[in-house]
Design a protein around this ligand. Structure first.
Ligand code: NAD
Ligand code: MG
Length: 386
């Protein structure tokens, strides 16, 4: 049966790869949403004929409205963050795929779940900032939460064969990013171009910088905690530069199950779209002979403080993970504008966590309040470093 999908964040790296999978299998697109890239959205509308399109940036929404004027069968437009939430909640799709970047994805994830949709989740920030709200809602509304992040998809795939046995440990793999072998001193003044050069994956700018600082892995430890109900001390980061083993799970008897494949996000995207069915994705077959060697090394929390901060924030509870995420988003944006050195990213995050202290995260309002406060403090700290 062809699937019907609502795709949030359609103009991004995950969004466009999701449309590659949809195109390959003739899936219907009910709704598309993006922040602002009108030209790409327009092309996507021409090809996939969605019924609704949400554009978060109001000026971009007006531009798209003007561009579509007079077009036959133009989709209905929804504007702003409210439009994104409305689209996420609409009946029509079999699955809502959330590939928005940042905390902006959280209200949409909740809206999709609360209206009874299965949620394919690439937006890890939904779980990092609102993990308890998302997992509680998934239980309450009885929907499926299908991870798109490659490591979490790998763990999810391994658990399919687990017969209900709970793993005793998760082995979360990481490529190590472009600075895997750099010293802390070398990393301090790494340039934007160096940080954007990921060895194995082609991704959006934010997550690429996060891979270089290993804040991506920090966010993924938090994501894994919520998805698989694991305490941080049972989530081991395994640096694996070839990115062939996408993660593994260990059971009480010592057995370890891993999921392997060439690095290609279309595989976890398709699995989340069509779970539990597997479909062709266009991914190259894995040729173990040409790879020859798979290597593994421990993550280094001294050179990459993010790896230590994830566990500390999870153990602190409250809004600590939201503060980590907000401060990091701010610091990465400042780094991408060449305003701060690479080494300042983790210092800004750590300084912001200290300055903000304990904050509650009981409601969506609490979470957005903590996020705004984290951004304010992180911005102040970044200004001082300019
Ligand atoms: P990207 O920057 O390429 O795309 C982000 C998308 O989100 C765009 O469509 C953009 O229009 C939309 N967007 C941005 N701000 C928005 C807002 N305020 N409201 C609504 N939409 C907004 O990012 P990406 O690399 O595709 O990553 C998307 C998500 O998937 C992130 O959470 C990332 O951590 C996760 N992820 C990405 C990859 C990857 O390979 N790219 C892998 C694993 C997980
Ligand atoms: Mg990942």
């Amino acid at each position: 049966m062809p699937k019907t999908i609502t795709l949030l964040g359609s103009t991004g790296s995950i969004g466009t790869q999701s449309l590659d999978v949809a195109r390959m299998h003739g899936y219907r697109i009910f709704g598309l949403a993006a922040n602002s890239r009108v030209e790409i959205l327009q092309k996507q509308i021409e090809e996939f004929h969605p019924e609704y399109v949400a554009v978060v940036d109001p000026a971009a929404c007006e531009k798209l409205d003007a561009a579509l004027a007079g077009t036959a069968n133009a989709p209905k437009l929804l504007k702003g963050p409210e439009g994104l939430r409305t689209l996420a909640a609409m009946d029509g799709p079999d699955v809502v795929l959330n590939a928005v970047v940042g905390i902006a994805g959280l209200p949409a994830s909740l809206a999709a779940i609360e209206s009874g949709h299965d949620l394919a989740l690439a937006n890890k920030e939904s779980l990092v900032t609102g993990g308890h709200l998302v997992t509680d809602a998934v239980k309450k509304y009885g929907v499926k939460l299908l991870p798109v992040d490659s490591e979490h998809s790998a763990i999810f795939q391994c658990l399919q064969g687990a017969g209900g046995n709970q793993p005793v440990r998760l082995l979360l793999t990481a490529s190590g990013g472009p600075f895997r072998t750099w010293t802390r001193e070398q990393m301090q003044n790494a340039t934007r171009a160096q940080a954007l050069k990921h060895p194995n994956w082609s991704m959006g700018a934010k997550i690429t910088i996060d891979s270089a600082s290993m804040f991506n892995k920090a966010l993924e430890i938090i994501e894994a905690h919520w998805l698989f109900d694991m305490p941080p001390e049972k989530i081991q980061v395994v640096v694996h530069p070839q990115s062939i083993v996408h993660s593994a799970v260990e059971f009480a008897d010592g057995a370890v199950l891993a999921q392997l494949g060439v690095p290609d996000m279309r595989v976890p995207i398709a699995y989340a779209m069509t779970y539990p069915r597997r479909i062709p994705t266009g991914s190259k077959p894995l040729d173990l002979f040409s790879i020859g060697t798979l290597t593994f090394e421990p993550g280094d929390p001294v050179r990459f403080p993010a790896l230590r901060l994830a566990g500390e924030c999870l153990n602190a509870g409250g809004a600590a993970c939201t503060i980590l995420n907000g401060a990091n988003e701010m610091a990465v944006a400042a780094f991408l504008r060449d305003e701060i050195p690479f080494g300042a990213i983790s210092r800004i995050v750590e300084g912001t966590l200290e300055a903000c202290g304990a904050m509650p995260a009981d409601t969506l309002e609490d979470i957005f309040h903590a996020d705004l406060e984290a951004r304010r403090v992180a911005k102040e700290t970044a200004e001082k470093l300019k």
